[in-house]
Design a protein around this ligand. Structure first.
Ligand code: FAD
Length: 466
């Protein structure tokens, strides 16, 4: 077998350009996945995400084995080590071509460049594919051929690109030989053993079922429901998308098909825009490598003097700030490895504006807990909330978490679920328990004055301008 497919952030068989291209060579295909626990630890991967990835690498091994393609699990510690081990593997197996779908973080790009140099010397052809987004990364540009840094014009051009190019999904490749027994990873590295109960079922089939159910049952109401955390109004497909078990193209085309079948059109259109957000942030990561290096998109905001994290950061992380909606959100994150989008914005703005703590700390904490941790979207979301990013919320627009809570969790259903200390409060007091009464036992007073801290944050941003 001379063709090798290296699976990374694309743990699926269907609609996989690297796998499809390798199979077309009729040269015998094998696959590999590199297990890099130290790299994962150094980059704040959460146990939930590591367990998700391992379960899906195993599921992929099974799917590939049924097609007669063996998947080898290569153990390496870091990216440098991956390069060594992959080179060795290619040499030992007599590989003529290595196929993979591109990743856009700076470390991944450096690793791939080093590997290509080494394989060029060995005479192994490296074939790369642009798979991670609906329109290939770099294809959606301004008229001046520049990258977009604002979402709305990007999404307009993105939609036009789709109409002009009509993307398709690639079918599952045909069998490459008799079915074989898959190799499986049974050992979870020590650092990642303690993880929440999995949020979603394992495997490509389960991912497609979830997509189908969402499109049939909820997408029509997505526009109305998506901001209410107590309603199951969003798809919860993010762990699959973040790790490539589903592709953006598959989601887009399935949504368009469902949309054609009737129902509330606006729901589908709004949901498709979320896929555009994902593509937007991946493009930002690609065009502005400083994003991967923990730098602000807006360089002038590097001058902000953030507060020392201290006890306030601990209270935020553990869900004990005395602001019920923030605490409910953080407790959901800690317990399940997932957080609703509206709450991600509220929790991130509270940390960066009211507590004035560096967005980088929040970004890393989210990464260390999220099952869908994805550098491009996590960084994009954090920098948006902190007003240091691309399409950032203007610095003077600071969410008031209490008002957000009254608006998006009017009966306090979400808060009651995650902050049981407050469950007996009425629909008004639950958003602001300190107001007009005794705070129920054990629940903290707000650690910060929302109005004062908002004013101070705005003044600090204003000072940058002056
Ligand atoms: P749906 O509403 O069903 O949306 C469908 C898909 O579109 C999502 O699965 C996701 O892939 C994509 N999407 C939706 N909203 C966004 C968005 N604002 N930006 C980019 N893509 C989006 N998303 C991640 O996948 N990984 C992260 O690490 C991540 N961190 C975030 C951090 C912050 C501070 C913020 C504000 C947002 C973050 N997001 C992240 C984006 C968004 O919150 C999640 O994608 C969404 O909540 C996932 O739930 P869902 O699958 O039900 O989404």
């Amino acid at each position: 077998m001379k063709e090798l497919v290296w699976f990374r952030n694309d743990l699926r068989v269907a609609d996989n350009p690297a796998l499809t291209a390798a199979c077309k060579q009729n040269n015998g295909v094998q696959a590999c996945f590199v297990v890099t626990p130290r790299q994962w630890q150094e980059h704040d991967w959460s146990p939930a995400r590591v367990q998700f990835v391992i379960a899906h690498a195993n599921a992929l091994a099974e799917d590939l084995a049924a097609l007669g393609i063996p998947l080898t699990l290569i153990q390496a510690q870091t990216f440098d080590d991956s390069v060594e081990k992959l080179e060795q593997f290619c040499r030992e197996q007599g590989i003529v071509r290595l196929h993979f779908n591109e990743e856009y973080g700076i470390n991944e790009r450096r690793r791939d460049k080093r590997l290509k140099q080494r394989l060029d010397e060995l005479g192994v052809n490296v074939c790369k594919y642009r798979d991670q987004t609906v329109a290939p990364v770099g294809a959606v540009l301004t008229q001046q051929e520049e990258p977009y840094s604002v979402f709305t014009p990007f999404s307009r051009r993105w939609k036009a690109w789709i109409e002009e190019n009509q993307p398709v999904v690639l079918p599952r490749p045909a069998s490459q030989g008799a079915a074989i027994k898959p190799e499986k990873l049974t050992d979870i590295p020590d650092a990642f053993r303690e993880a929440p109960t999995p949020l979603v079922e394992t495997g490509e089939t389960a991912a497609h079922q979830q997509l189908e159910t969402f499109l049939e049952e909820s997408a029509g109401r997505y526009k109305e429901d998506r901001d209410f955390p107590a309603i199951d109004g969003t798809s919860q497909l993010s762990p699959y998308l973040a790790n490539g078990v589903l592709s953006g193209r598959q989601c887009l085309l399935a949504a368009r098909e469902a949309q054609g079948g009737g129902g509330n059109q606006e729901g589908y259109v709004t949901w498709i825009s979320e896929i555009a957000w994902r593509d937007f942030y991946i493009n930002i990561l690609y065009h502005y490598p400083r994003i991967s290096m923990h730098r602000a998109f807006k360089p002038e905001t590097e001058a902000l003097k953030w507060n020392e994290p201290g006890d306030a950061f601990e209270a935020w992380k553990t869900g004990n700030t005395g602001i019920p909606v923030v605490d409910a959100a953080m407790r959901q994150l800690n317990k399940t490895g997932w957080m609703h989008n509206r709450l991600r914005m509220i929790a991130a703005m509270f940390l960066t504006k009211n507590l004035f703590i560096d967005w980088r700390l929040g970004e890393a904490y989210f990464m260390s807990k999220l099952v869908d941790g994805f550098l491009a979207s996590n960084n994009g979301g954090w920098q948006w909330s902190a007003s240091t990013g691309t399409d950032a919320a203007p610095y003077f627009r600071v969410f008031n978490p209490t008002t957000q809570s009254e608006r998006f969790d009017p009966k306090g259903l979400f808060i009651r679920q995650w902050v049981p200390e407050l469950a007996k409060l009425d629909n008004k007091r639950i958003h602001d328990p300190g107001k007009g009464g005794v705070i129920p036992g054990g629940y903290p007073r707000p650690i910060v004055d929302l109005k004062e801290s908002r004013k101070e944050a705005i003044a600090k941003f204003q000072a940058l301008k002056d």
